[in-house]
Design a protein around this ligand. Structure first.
Ligand code: 0L1
Ligand code: MG
Length: 259
């Protein structure tokens, strides 16, 4: 018999064992979006307890058309990031420590104030942002071939695995975020290009979306936390020996190498 706690424990076991398996919605069609978000909160609670980690921010998933097309799901979603997922700039990632990691470029906010819906707009969201940085997110679905329905991936904490944030810190008024260009390269070869507008028209829209969605569930985005606003481009597989780099127009660049 499935229930919310079993979903969270099953996905936790898959991550620990580095083993992907089938969709939970196939076995338990009653896993709707509301139950999936409760399972996500439980999964993160387990992670915090078992690994002595702290939740340090929020991530959005499926905020760009490139990502939505790839996954065949057209709704953005929210999830949580912890301090244990953060890699230092230049720190390599052992590919075998995960299942099938993929990397995507993101625009990352650090919050100057708490933010919670309802009624958050792009403008009010951006007023709560302290700084903007370049980021790379590593996603590692606990489902075979990254094949899932929306409740599956929500319960799986939006495939969250790791992230790295660039060194350059820019004030939110210092740049036009919608126009901010990004090139994703693998070993120096360009594989995708995008601008900030690819994330919901403006990354501030993604932030407002997260604040409103989290507010409905009684959560807030806390002052000092990070917000990963979602992959600007499709994600690329990380392979041993390869280096993935996101180069932005005004946010500098950030790289991650696989070992
Ligand atoms: O960060 C993300 O966009 C993850 C959300 C979708 C899950 C995935 O791409 O594995
Ligand atoms: Mg992402």
């Amino acid at each position: 018999m499935w229930d919310i706690d079993r979903v969270a424990r099953e996905l936790t076991c898959r991550a620990t064992a580095r083993r992907a398996a089938g969709r939970i919605t196939t076995e338990w069609p009653e896993l709707d979006l509301a139950r999936a978000y409760t399972a996500q909160d439980r999964l993160v609670e387990l992670r915090v307890q078992e690994r002595a980690e702290t939740v340090v921010g929020v991530k959005l998933g499926l905020t760009s058309e490139a990502k939505q097309r790839r996954m065949g799901i057209s709704a953005p979603l929210t999830a949580w990031v912890t301090n244990g997922m953060r890699l230092a700039p230049g720190e390599p990632l052992e590919v075998a420590s995960l299942i099938h990691p993929r990397v995507e470029p993101e625009i990352v906010f650090e919050m100057a104030e708490d933010l919670a819906g309802p009624g958050v707009t792009r403008e009010s969201a951006m007023r709560a942002v302290a700084s903007v940085r370049a980021g790379l997110e590593v996603i590692d679905s606990r489902f075979v071939d990254f094949s899932f329905a929306l409740p599956d991936v929500v319960a799986d904490n939006a495939s969250a695995a790791a992230y790295v944030v660039g060194d350059m810190v820019v004030g939110p008024e210092a740049l036009d975020l919608a126009a901010e260009p990004c090139t994703l390269t693998v070993d120096g070869e360009s594989v995708a290009k995008a601008t900030g507008a690819d994330v919901q028209g403006h990354p501030g829209e993604a932030l407002a979306l997260a604040a409103n969605a989290l507010g409905e569930r009684g959560h807030r985005i806390k002052k000092g936390s990070l917000v990963l606003t979602g992959g600007l481009t499709d994600a690329v597989f990380l392979t041993p020996g390869a280096t993935v780099t996101a180069t932005f127009g005004h946010l500098g660049s950030v790289s991650l190498s696989g070992t």
